[in-house]
Design a protein around this ligand. Structure first.
Ligand SMILES: C[S@@+](CC[C@H](N)C(=O)[O-])C[C@H]1O[C@@H](n2cnc3c(N)ncnc32)[C@H](O)[C@@H]1O
Length: 376
């Protein structure tokens, strides 16, 4: 299959050069990395708005401050044990960090620092603008870091970051498993499958119990990221919030087309070769892989629940009840937001929350009911 490039992007010329220098084949993870994070043409480098109604997609913190305020309750519990601060990965527009800091202040929870680790310079700038609106005493805690800290204490937060990590694509037909990559052909980007060379990928597909035809993803980058975060973390918890499944559900025989999807102006499609650099590319998270990567790195898998259960366990309904129902302009949007965050048919079930921790002996409030670690 080829893609018509008449309506294509500056990134296409970059891919033509890159493919020319790589014997005209790029594994999909490298393609995705460049399409999202290339320093000149990557989606997350560009100026387009991305989050919220003006952008390409809406994430939970953009729906309501109740999301960040509820997460702050879990953060407060960990900070009481660990001391230290919060390290937020991929903070997007900065709204989640801002909401958490305001709520921690309201809860009178001491915090040493709030660090943002953000690979995108444009998003870093947007975060700085947003956080500059905080009261000076709160804003003084905020810093941006370009490397992961050492001996970090506290909470590492990753909301919709793992789904943005580059994935390898694998396809199975009657001849067996191949790795799917990208070529340049007839002025277009196109798919081409090759024998799998990376042992980690062969091992991953050898464990799958599915029949041809089948296309799926494997995210090797999870292991590197979790290992790096574990090295950073002295005591505290990594909270990963994202859409995804545990291994058995992710690699179900019926999920023949995988989970790769693209977001462009609130439309979802499954063609990453069209308009690279202009649209977001994501894949669901295999939470069993995240858990195993955590254990390999010496972290404890201290909880795994749906987003709905996490938010309810942390008290989102108490926050809602505290809003006066007679103040309709505040109450009605809050009810609608909570419904989106909790409803099984919207975000409540598809999104999961996992905690990987070190040195936290107390049960975490967000995972106190309906923990699902047994299904991992
Ligand atoms: C889908 S956006 C989510 C943004 C924000 N957390 C939210 O929920 O609105 C993905 C974010 O992850 C960042 N990101 C991607 N890879 C990362 C990595 N290895 N470390 C930290 N951030 C990363 C991107 O730059 C972007 O800010």
């Amino acid at each position: 299959m080829t893609v018509d490039t008449t309506d294509q992007t500056p990134a296409l010329a970059m891919f033509r050069t890159l493919l020319g220098a790589n014997k005209n084949w790029l594994d999909f993870a490298s393609f995705m990395h460049h399409a999202l994070y290339d320093s000149k043409y990557g989606y997350y480098t560009g100026d387009a708005y991305k989050f919220g109604s003006r952008g390409d997609f809406i994430t939970a913190p953009e729906i309501s401050d109740l999301f960040g305020r509820t997460i702050a309750r879990q953060v407060a519990q960990v900070l009481k044990i660990s001391g230290g601060g919060v390290l937020e990965l991929g903070g997007g527009s900065g709204i989640l960090g801002s909401d958490i800091l305001v709520e921690l202040n309201r809860l009178e929870c001491p915090i040493e620092e709030y660090l943002f680790f953000e690979p995108s310079p444009t998003l870093t700038q947007r975060q700085k603008e947003r956080l500059a609106q905080l009261a000076p005493a709160i804003g003084a805690k905020v810093r941006w870091v370009s490397e992961l800290p050492t001996s970090f204490k506290g909470v590492i937060l990753a909301n919709e970051v793992f789904d943005a990590l580059p994935v390898h694509l694998l396809s199975c037909n009657d001849e067996g498993w191949k790795e799917r990559g990208v070529i340049f052909q007839n002025e277009s980007l196109a798919w081409k499958d090759k024998p799998i060379e990376d042992e980690r990928l062969s091992s991953a597909v050898n464990h799958l119990n599915v029949g041809a035809p089948y296309v799926t993803e494997v995210c090797l980058a999870v292991n590197g990221l979790v290992a790096n975060l574990s090295e950073s973390l002295d005591v505290g918890a990594l909270l990963a919030i994202d859409y995804g499944y545990e291994h058995q559900v992710y690699y179900h025989p019926d999920r023949r087309d995988g989970t790769l999807s693209c977001h462009y102006q609130h439309r979802v499609d499954s063609d990453p070769l069209d308009r690279p650099g202009l649209k977001d590319i994501t894949a669901h998270v295999d939470f069993t892989r995240v858990a195993n990567a955590g254990m390999d790195a010496g972290l404890e898998v201290s909880g795994y629940v749906t987003q709905a259960d996490f938010l309810v366990n942390c008290g989102i309904t108490d926050l809602l009840q505290a809003i006066d129902p007679d103040r309709l302009e505040e109450y009605l949007p809050a009810v609608s937001a909570v419904q989106k965050l909790l409803s099984p048919s919207i975000m409540g079930d598809m999104f999961k929350v996992m905690s990987l921790s070190r040195g936290i002996d107390e049960p975490l409030v967000g995972f106190s009911r309906r923990d699902r670690r047994h299904v991992l």
